[in-house]
Design a binder for this molecule. Sequence first.
Ligand SMILES: [Zn+2]
Length: 410
Amino acid sequence: MTAPPALPEPAHAELDSMLSRKFGKEVANYFSGSPLNRVSFLRTDHAFLSQALKHPSTSFLLFNNLNPLVKSPTQLGYSLYKDVQSLIGEDPFTKSEEDLIKEYNSSTYIPQLIFLGLDDRNKEGLVYKDHYKGAPYFALDVTPKESVTTAAESLIASLESKGLEFSKGRMHLSLPPEEAAIYAAARHVLDWNSRNPFCAACGHRTFSVNGGFKRTCPPADLASSLDTSSVPRPPCATRTGVSNLSFPRTDPTVIMAVVSHDGSKILLGRGKRFPPLWYSTLAGFLEPAESVEEAVRREVWEESGVHVGRVVVHSTQPWPYPANLMIGAIGQAIPGGEEIHLGHDAELADAKWYTADEVREALRIGTSGIGEGPGPEYKEGGLRLPPGTAIAHQLLSAVVGGFLGGEAKI
Ligand SMILES: [Zn+2]
């Protein structure tokens, strides 16, 4: 069994602060902690993107049907500008965004390219306008389709002949934390682009702009033109004012460790698809016009019948499957509110209160991904819990580590 990957180092972890003394050290969950500076304000600057694309320090993370290119389960495989030129052309950023929208032709297939940011740890990286420094990172969709089918197939064959592969399977939880964070951002934004080829407001094809972080609905299209002038499209709500229709979505999910009113027990649930003995914290989607605290109380009551009072947020975790942010909370049951009732919704196969000692022991010897074996010390019949890459694990560790008593060390 390989050792589980480490978690990212929280920012400014060693700095003494009032907040850390009161609430404990910040927990940075797996998939957070990207080493890249996103310089999001430069995404519309094509002079910058053009230089970033061709700089010798630039890395491209390739995806085929959302499967990332890897060297091994613990290492992403990056490509260079010369490798991907056959797909993206010499430079897709020679013209401004405004001009590209004017010349928009919905029948032209352009492989999705995402600008992810600058790694300023690399001292050989790009320097732009004196301030913005680092090695640029892009993600690129090399799925063979439409006009790039042949070029993509040949690129994929050449990468595979070098021992690289597009890692299949949905989860990639064995990467080192910084690689995992780069992969998560790339996957999240590529997935969103691939799900939104058409405008949600008017149904016409959309066009990727802002380094892959926005899709716009162009006002005219050359594809249906009989000459060289674009054919205007009908008015669309996304073209007026600040619109939220065409930016990548992030869906908030609440996930919570719930303790009994006296703090001695922890509520765990078993999903219907979980193996026997495999439990986790409860979780669910935040609903429109609902606070995090309300969503925690509602989800816990709906799934387990338990009534939760005070709720505090502990830490959060990006989860790019496809677009979640897990908001990790700790909640305390109200006096007399601990009775379990599974009859409200059909989500869980079981829910139970466990003592802190039982949870502590299971965190030590009984954790793994679903479908994987536990550690060597695990005794048959013991409680099983999620691995350290899951925020559920960190929430439970916090509870048994003293978070509730104000003497949190994790
Ligand atoms: Zn539209």
